[in-house]
Write a protein that binds this ligand. Structure first.
Ligand code: NAG
Ligand code: NAG
Ligand code: NAG
Ligand code: NAG
Length: 391
């Protein structure tokens, strides 16, 4: 090829890059134009009635948005830096006050009949944070005891499947993709805060066992089915649910980053690299299946495929995080896709601050009006964009 065609080609690709850059919405201007929406996204979340997993996920969103230095993506995740994480601890406090005697956090609502084994643990990290970051040290043991009781429940009381996985349900043996966010980041976090490598390994193993049980072949590559019963050895929901895959990816990413920030990382590189490759598997499968409105479909297989801003926000948050943390593994196509998704999600926020359209968190095949987890995912997405941009 002659030099002049090289130049023409270079010029052409520059024009293309600019065109595509515009189409995919530049992350910086997207963030600047929309960060102000966080106030209403956040207040709609805090105004909503919350069940156990919603309380924990809300605390996770607030942690990343308002007390970001203490999140596992932040600068001081396992020790106090002197700042009082008020917003996060307010949510953690209610989770601990509503803990049942078996150790599950956020359970004492609706006659304490919550059948989930792992959902309460979603507030576990925020509660454990109180044990060292609460500036009123007279509460340290209150936080630590609450976190310890939750850890004891999931490790020693919750039923186990035939492979040793912790059941997502309290009175049967079931794998739910949701459990990967609910339970395993807390186990890893507890391991990091107490310098316990056994717990870090347990958190990894639980992710691995859940993936082994739930991974299916989909039209765009392997993705996770939603619910499998180990009691009947059959699927309860074999659908490739966007939110289920989002829970799995957000959970595994947090476990990976937590392990990586401890001194045990030197001995656990293989665990971390497996986790990030499993996160990649989910992003690749879901991002290849976006709807025409640039959202993740509610179900890719096995249910309706309307665009769902909830799983979309969660997976866009994951893409921005991995692009920043693992740039060699995740090229610019991840942030291009994340930018398109984020633009669609942020463009759909209503005047009540609610993400729309979203899957109904209680009826997985229906569009809902308000999803607490979607609100939290949007805060996680804005936090990930802010960190990606180095703001
Ligand atoms: C928490 O986030 C809200 C919404 O963006 C913001 O108005 C508030 O100032 C933040 N508070 C802190 C302590 O960062
Ligand atoms: C680590 O945690 C496990 C599970 O809670 C516990 O059995 C073990 O004693 C802990 N190890 C250390 C060194 O604290
Ligand atoms: C990581 O995954 C590879 C491939 O499946 C497996 O051989 C290896 O044992 C895994 N590492 C750990 C620590 O589980
Ligand atoms: C990004 O590009 C790589 C390399 O071509 C490909 O393997 C991967 O599936 C792509 N992922 C996404 C989300 O576009």
């Amino acid at each position: 090829m002659r030099a002049s065609s090289h130049h023409k080609l270079a010029a052409l690709s520059l024009i293309c890059a600019k065109l595509f850059g515009v189409v995919s919405a530049d992350t910086s201007s997207l963030y600047n134009q929309n960060a102000g929406k966080a106030d209403n996204i956040r207040s709609a979340m805090l105004a909503s009635i919350r069940t156990s997993w919603e309380q924990g996920t809300a605390a996770g969103g607030i942690l990343e948005w308002n007390d970001s230095e203490y999140s596992v993506f932040g600068s001081s995740p396992f020790a106090s830096n002197g700042k009082f994480p008020l917003d996060t601890l307010q949510l953690a406090y209610s989770a601990a006050v509503r803990q049942t005697s078996d150790g599950r956090l956020s359970q004492n609502i609706g006659d304490a009949l919550d059948g989930a084994a792992l959902d309460g643990a979603s507030a576990g990290s925020a509660v454990l944070l109180g044990s060292f970051a609460d500036t009123d040290t007279s509460r340290s043991s209150y936080w630590l005891n609450a976190a310890q009781a939750e850890l004891n429940y999931i490790l020693n009381v919750a039923p186990r499947t035939s492979t040793g996985a912790i059941s997502h349900r309290a009175d049967s043996r079931q794998y739910w993709a949701d459990g990967v966010y609910m339970g395993f980041p807390f186990i890893a976090y507890y391991g990091a805060v107490t310098n316990n490598a056994t717990l870090l390994q347990i958190a990894y193993d639980q992710c691995r066992l859940y993936r082994d049980a739930l991974l299916l072949d989909g039209p765009t590559g392997p993705l996770w089915g939603h619910i499998y019963s180990d009691d009947t050895m059959s699927w309860i929901d074999s659908g490739l649910w966007g939110s289920g895959n989002a829970w799995a990816a957000t959970g595994m990413l947090r476990v990976a980053v937590t392990i990586q920030k401890t001194s045990h990382y030197a001995d656990m590189k293989s665990q971390v690299s497996n986790l990030t490759s499993w996160v990649k598997e989910i992003l690749d499968g879901e991002f290849a299946a976006l709807t025409s409105d640039n959202l993740v479909p509610d179900y890719l297989v096995g249910g309706p495929n309307f665009g769902d801003a909830s799983s979309s926000a969660a997976l866009a948050s994951v893409a921005y995080r991995v692009a920043k943390l693992y740039p060699n593994q995740f090229g610019s196509n991840y942030t291009t896709a994340a930018g398109n998704i984020a633009s669609a999600v942020l463009g759909g926020i209503t005047d009540l601050g609610a993400l729309s359209p979203v899957v109904d968190p209680l009826q997985w095949s229906q569009v809902g009006l308000l999803s607490t987890e979607a609100q939290a995912f949007a805060l996680m997405m804005l936090s990930a964009m802010r960190d990606y941009l180095g703001k």
